[in-house]
Design a protein around this ligand. Structure first.
Ligand code: GDP
Ligand code: MN
Length: 374
């Protein structure tokens, strides 16, 4: 799924990226009115799914109300690469000093996201790659490690950027990477990433492509083919109650009430749950394993809290399943486990024997996982 510029910018804002924000309109008079309210100069931009709008006449800088009205009319009459323009973004014009190109995309051969930067911003990256490949700088992000300072330092050095840009550019890359992972993107691009007259970096444009098989729940209304989350559907087929949320702490529990309480407590301690997952009352070792697999399959998950009340389910069985699952999956994520109820001490002994330290209380568990996920 591709997003329009204004949708992409909404997600940029969610992760704290500075954007030139505007308002969406559908009529020329509206455009003129909003432009006058924002104060000139203003840019009026066609909202279509294709790039290259500037070249096609779909992006215009205007300096007064009359011009805004005329240009809005003009742009609303355009068809850009087969797509009729029905929406416009009206935004305060950024006083651009310099334009950069920045994107993060999935390098499937390296199984890792790759950051691509060029100081020749505003231009099509394919064009830059052809005409001046030396102006393009790339590095991979190790998914479990994230962005390293030295990588950014190397990039700035290679691109010949001044020292002052190191910190702000690192922050922009970090936030863009957050957007990339949080929204299951296969591409996020800022072109141009503008340095304004006052030295700030601002995303003037946005390009966002989201993996069709993994559209986050909160974005499904933007998808023409809104459908159930594939992970949720698969979970249901395995007899698990799984709901994807947008945080970073994976949760496995049994009984809806306990799972709800677990989610609440994570939030209370400052964390964000990645999912709701109830493995049910009679959960066994096998189900424990499937549950962990589901939770770990979510690329946003940075740590997992397993919180089980052993009634019908015996804690030693759960612990056995857990230990096996961790081994089979090669799970490296921080793991916090709380087992209470039937055969609790046997269960905890199994965990300890495998290097997993159990927590005793709910509070302790929430604090431990929030602290370890950071
Ligand atoms: P695209 O052509 O579809 O990629 O649309 P962009 O949003 O990237 O806009 C095209 C070009 O218009 C940019 O590369 C900028 O040079 C210019 N532009 C867009 N917004 C602004 C703005 O706020 N201020 C200025 N000065 N130029 C802008
Ligand atoms: Mn652009």
């Amino acid at each position: 799924m591709k997003l329009k510029e204004y949708q992409g910018k909404e997600l940029f804002k969610e992760v704290g990226l500075p954007v030139s924000e505007g308002q969406l309109v559908t009529r020329p008079e509206q455009a003129a009115q909003i432009a006058a309210r924002l104060g000139f100069p203003v840019v009026i931009k066609a909202q279509v799914l294709t790039g290259g709008r500037g070249k096609a006449g779909g992006v215009k800088l205007v300096t007064n109300r009359e011009e805004a009205l005329q240009q809005a009319k003009q742009i609303l009459g355009l068809t850009i690469k087969g797509e009729a323009v029905t929406e416009l973004l009206v935004a305060p014009a950024v006083d651009i000093q310099r334009e950069f190109y920045l994107s993060i995309t999935l390098d499937r051969s390296a199984h890792a996201p790759v950051v691509i930067f060029s100081s020749a911003g505003g231009m099509d990256i394919e064009e830059v790659a052809r005409s001046s490949p030396e102006a393009i700088h790339k590095f991979h992000i190790a998914p479990l490690e994230g962005l390293h300072d030295y990588q950014m330092r190397q990039l700035c050095f290679a691109a010949g950027l001044e020292r002052e840009l190191f910190r702000p550019l690192s922050e922009v890359v970090e936030k863009l990477y957050r957007a990339f992972t949080r929204y299951h993107a296969s591409l996020v691009e800022i072109n141009p990433l503008a340095q304004s007259a006052d030295g700030q970096l601002v995303a003037v444009d946005s390009k966002f492509v989201i993996d069709d098989d993994d559209i986050p729940r909160e974005l499904q209304s933007w998808s023409q083919t809104a459908s159930e989350d594939p992970l949720e559907r698969r979970a249901r087929e395995h007899g698990l109650q799984y709901v994807k949320l947008d945080g970073s702490i994976g949760v496995v529990g049994n009984g809806a009430g306990l799972v709800m309480a677990t989610l609440d407590l994570i939030q209370l301690k400052g964390g964000r749950p990645a999912n709701f997952l109830d493995i049910g009352g009679g959960a066994n070792a096998k189900q424990m394993k499937t549950a962990l697999e589901f939770v770990a399959a979510d690329s946003q998950v940075r740590g997992i809290w397993v919180n089980i009340f052993g009634g019908i389910t015996r804690c030693d069985q759960v612990a056995q399943g857990l230990v096996e699952a961790v081994g089979d999956l090669g799970l490296k994520l921080p793991l916090v486990v709380r087992l209470t109820g039937t055969n609790e001490s046997e269960g905890n002994a199994i965990l300890r024997a495998h290097g997993i330290t159990p927590v005793a209380g709910m509070e302790e568990g929430a604090e431990a996982i929030v602290q370890r996920v950071g």
